[in-house]
Ligand binder design. Structure first.
Ligand SMILES: Cc1cc2nc3c(=O)[nH]c(=O)nc-3n(C[C@H](O)[C@H](O)[C@H](O)COP(=O)(O)O)c2cc1C
Ligand code: SF4
Length: 489
């Protein structure tokens, strides 16, 4: 986990919970129009990957339970985890890239509808990602993965002042580099080769030498459109296009996208594919269906997008007709920490990762509502351009006062609680009933995120060891962690 040099330990804010009457009159519990639908309240559970799908990406009973448990708390909107749009294996993450996934997804919709009494609107986040390989063993990298070229021979000849390298056989080059010190490798290998060696091979949207990457603008609109059509077919109330964090569409939006095919460089070019994907999705699902987007208020990486880019994108997304804008922050590969050999780089280990899921070990600003200034700026730009598209704020929001103040101050239209909802899925109903005192408060120390990083089923430290011996509790790790928050009695 990334840390500030001189971290300040914050305590979670004190909460003064409203009575049921106060909650009823609050803005938080007023309905909100999201495109063609109305959500019952301005509360939102953003996407959270729980690592519960089958290896082939099918919905499991554990997935159904996970979403049922959130639905019991009756948030206004619940967003299903990032779900892959392609028909390619992606480990235990949900997929929607083929009709065979539909029965499970339909069951998921029915489960949420029943558990929330129809009160919670259900969206699904749809995602595309490029290939990321595990960090290789050094020997393997130099024996098999490095593509030796005359460039390496020339560099070696230059650095060692030995022209014999110019016609050295490949195996000699490989062997020499395998035994060379890091400083030598820094001078012989190029940036991407060093990245592959030290972090694992990873595709970038700028890899125009790879035909399937070059072709992304041609193929992605239809792939997203088909996925969205399936979401509609099984009864989801809407789709959220995942244009945030470290994945393909965020790569197109990024200021680091230098593609020279009209889809990189200027902001206008970078937003082109995201808008083309949206247009294809809209065409597939029609105007009477919710299509929104999650994107970054700031990438928090050197040379990456900042709030001015985000304001521009927000206005363009609203102008195109998106039904909501959900703002996240950071979560990039570019500043991620080096993974151990055999592990894949995780985009939440650098400062940008901290900003995505901030903890109580923070700077003066602290983790609570840390992204609100970005959200407010984006909402301001969108409204100023004449659009009333609802904007969702997320990040360190856990009390009623915080949420209500964000809405009252016009900083956002909807408030998202991710980790707080994981800590206590009943937050929404407890607060509404005037029983906020009973909320299990998230401590923002990211045990859940560590599980996500390890690709293990995500649970919360506040409840995963509680009443483990009760009958009918489903658990993992040899029965040491329960998979669901205890029922609220
Ligand atoms: C375990 C876990 C999984 C997450 N998975 C996703 C995801 O699939 N898609 C996404 O956009 N954000 C994901 N996030 C980020 C959250 O949606 C949210 O933006 C972040 O946790 C900050 O909000 P919070 O402070 O309310 O937790 C995940 C967060 C956690 C803790
Ligand atoms: S493990 Fe629980 S308490 Fe800790 S950050 Fe995650 S949700 Fe909050």
């Amino acid at each position: 986990m990334w840390k500030f040099k001189h971290p300040i330990k914050h305590t979670i804010p004190e909460a003064h919970w409203p009575t049921a009457e106060e909650a009823e009159k609050s803005l938080l519990y007023q309905p909100v129009t999201i495109g063609p639908i109305i959500a019952n309240s301005r509360t939102w559970v953003p996407a959270m990957v729980p690592w519960r799908a089958t290896e082939e990406g099918f919905v499991t009973l554990e997935n159904l339970d996970w979403y049922r448990r959130f639905a019991e708390g009756r948030p206004g909107v619940l967003v299903v985890e990032a779900t892959g749009v392609r028909d390619i294996p992606s480990g235990p993450l949900l997929r929607i890239g083929h009709d065979r996934f539909l029965p499970g997804l339909r069951k998921l919709v029915e489960t949420v509808r029943a558990a929330s009494g129809g009160e919670t609107k259900l969206f699904i986040q749809i995602i595309d990602f490029l290939s990321v390989k595990r960090r290789p063993e050094r020997e393997k990298y130099f024996a098999r993965f490095l593509q030796v070229s005359p460039r390496h021979q020339e560099r070696l000849a230059e650095i060692t002042a030995d022209s014999g390298w110019l016609d050295a056989v490949e195996s000699r080059v490989r062997q020499f580099l395998n035994n060379a010190p890091d400083e030598m490798l820094d001078r012989v290998l190029d940036e991407r080769e060093l990245e592959s060696l030290r972090f694992g091979y990873r595709e970038h949207v700028t890899d125009m030498q790879l035909p399937h990457v070059r072709e992304l603008p041609r193929v992605l609109p239809a792939i997203f459109a088909e996925a969205a059509g399936r979401a509609r077919e099984v009864g989801f109330d809407g789709v959220e296009l995942h244009y945030a964090h470290a994945y393909t569409m965020a790569g197109f939006l990024s200021a680091l996208n230098t593609r020279d095919d009209g889809y990189g460089g200027s902001r206008e070019n970078r937003v082109r594919l995201p808008l083309e994907v949206y247009a294809a999705v809209r065409e597939a699902v029609g105007d009477d269906y919710v299509v929104g987007v999650r994107f970054l208020g700031d990438e928090v990486i050197t040379g990456g997008n900042d709030i001015d880019d985000a304001k521009y994108f927000g206005v363009e997304f609203a102008r195109a007709g998106m039904d909501f804008l959900s703002i996240s922050k950071g979560g990039k590969f570019e500043d991620a920490q080096q993974p151990k050999v055999g592990q894949a780089v995780y985009p939440y280990t650098g400062q940008s990762g901290y900003e995505c899921m901030p903890t109580v070990l923070s700077d003066e600003t602290g983790p609570f509502g840390r992204s609100v200034p970005l959200v407010r700026a984006i909402k301001g730009a969108v409204n100023k351009a004449g659009f009333m598209t609802p904007v969702v704020a997320t990040g360190g929001i856990s009390t009623f006062e915080q949420a209500e103040a964000i809405l009252r101050n016009g900083q956002a239209d909807i408030v998202g609680l991710a980790r707080q909802a994981l800590a206590d899925p009943d937050w929404f109903v407890k607060v509404k009933l005037g029983r906020g005192e009973e909320v299990r408060r998230c401590t923002y120390t990211n045990y859940c995120e560590a599980l996500d990083q390890a690709h293990r089923p995500v649970t919360c430290k506040l409840w995963d060891r509680v009443e483990l011996d009760e009958p009918g509790i489903s658990a993992v790790d040899d029965g040491r962690r329960r998979l669901l928050a205890p029922e609220w009695k």
